[in-house]
Design a protein. Structure first.
Lengths: 286, 286
């Protein structure tokens, strides 16, 4: 299970169809939230993600539309019976959440924030407001056996374990090294821009990502407004996706000014065809 | 137009069908909000009440489930263009909302808080947490002419105006006093308990109300829990409605523990038949 659920996809203010920003990531038994705008706890119920099992919440920056729902969610968890499990909160500059005994809070800063079973979550500084970060979910690279090759070399049973532990093993036909019978499965990667100016802050970290979730507050004709407000245009996001050679681009933080999204999608796909526009409730299995 | 719209009717935590507490009151051209729980701005859109035209917001007490949405709503108003109209905020003990140039804040205290065109809003202390108040919408009493009686006494045209101004008028058939040809139309009244212990704090003010909106967090078997948490049972609310001889009782702040509300309704109607259970989006025209 490696599932991304979009809980809220509007920018700045909600609409009847789009809630405030929040993204749930379920990886095996762990559940993470990226941003937690107003109404997130209800979206978690509505889209059956399960708010009681959240392990960690990351808030990309200190703007109210990205964090207000955190306090509603924490209050609900506080009232829950039995007592809620411990939850790790990663908060941006200027935001605190005191008074919740079950919450372990840290400040968001560049580098690894959270280490889960088989993955890590990293933060990358972006330009929007003080302390803004993008987030990276990086699955660990795993060593996989070429089963056929191993069998053809006479490996089986206990020897499998030995070669993993020692890195090599002696057989009748000679020494076999671990790398002779294994291959590296590169970990999957999901990136979330948070709110950010459309620059190259996320270019390196996005290379080859399975999914880039990028804000696209303005259409491409509004580049000067985007710069002024430190947001991205559709073109900024699509150009980044193309240059970083990601597998898929999902545009989010869609401004309520756009009731028809086909134009935004058209703009993006001219540059990067594997683009979709996120909507509340959208599920992407990675 | 005198319309009450229930925007959120859940107690403490939301459900997929019930949002956090908020009630909109539209009286002619004025729009008031009573409580503003998380998600209220979206409920205002969903139920087409129109968040841009709110004149005043009243928060009954300083518990997060009753006020969190205020900050989302104020942020949205702040971003709106043209600049939002001035809004009066009546906040309970311990709650502030600074930094909104278009908001005029006052503390809630016993007595008249707000004077609209043809009505007033009053606060009455209730027992729940520090600074908790119930709210009263009181329409002004109006003087109405008995048109037939006035005509039969020979009053018409300018004389109508004269009798209103002077309180009496001389005609061929003698002096006629204002009270001879008028009757008082008692103003309509809507009461909202906020969260409160089920006692008699609201009894006097509720007498003869057109609508009593009362919290009913617990069923009647849970009286001790209700007392411990300073909430009301269904029986508390229904008994108050009966003794105050109100026209209609709407139960709200329904706990998520009740998925089937028919039992709550049955309990209430045994005591006070003109009871309904509020739901999100319910409109009551007074």
């Amino acid at each position: 299970m490696f599932r991304v659920t979009f809980l809220g996809t509007s920018g700045s203010t909600p609409t009847t169809s789009r809630g405030m920003p929040s993204i749930a990531i379920k990886y095996e038994s762990e559940l993470l939230l990226w941003d937690c705008g107003e109404g997130t706890q209800r979206q978690l119920m509505k889209y059956k993600v399960g708010y009681g099992s959240i392990d960690a919440i990351f808030i990309t920056h200190n703007h109210l539309d990205h964090y207000l729902g955190l306090f509603g969610l924490l209050e609900t968890l506080k009232l829950s019976s039995p007592s809620p499990r411990t939850i790790s909160l990663f908060l941006p500059w200027g935001l605190d959440a005191d008074g919740y005994h079950f919450a372990k809070t840290s400040k968001i800063k560049e580098g690894e924030l959270y280490s889960g079973k088989g993955f890590g979550v990293f933060a990358v500084p972006v330009k929007h407001c003080r302390g803004s970060h993008g987030l990276v979910f990086q699955e660990e690279t795993k060593l996989k056996f070429h089963e056929e090759k191993a069998h053809s070399l006479g490996l089986s049973g206990k020897v499998f374990r030995e070669i993993q532990e020692k890195g090599k093993v002696k057989t009748k036909s000679g020494e076999i090294k671990l790398e002779d019978v294994t291959w590296k499965k590169t970990g999957r990667k999901v990136i979330y821009s948070g709110d950010c100016l459309g620059d190259d802050s996320l270019l390196e970290v996005s290379r080859g990502a399975d999914l880039l979730i990028h804000e696209a507050t303005f259409d491409s004709s509004m580049k000067s407004e985007a710069i002024e407000r430190m947001h991205s245009t559709v073109e900024d996001a699509a150009s980044l996706a193309k240059r970083a050679d990601v597998k898929k681009l999902l545009l989010t933080h869609i401004s309520p000014r756009y009731s028809d999204h086909s134009l935004l999608l058209e703009e993006a796909r001219k540059i990067f065809p594997a683009t979709e526009i996120a909507f509340d409730g959208l599920i992407i299995d990675i």
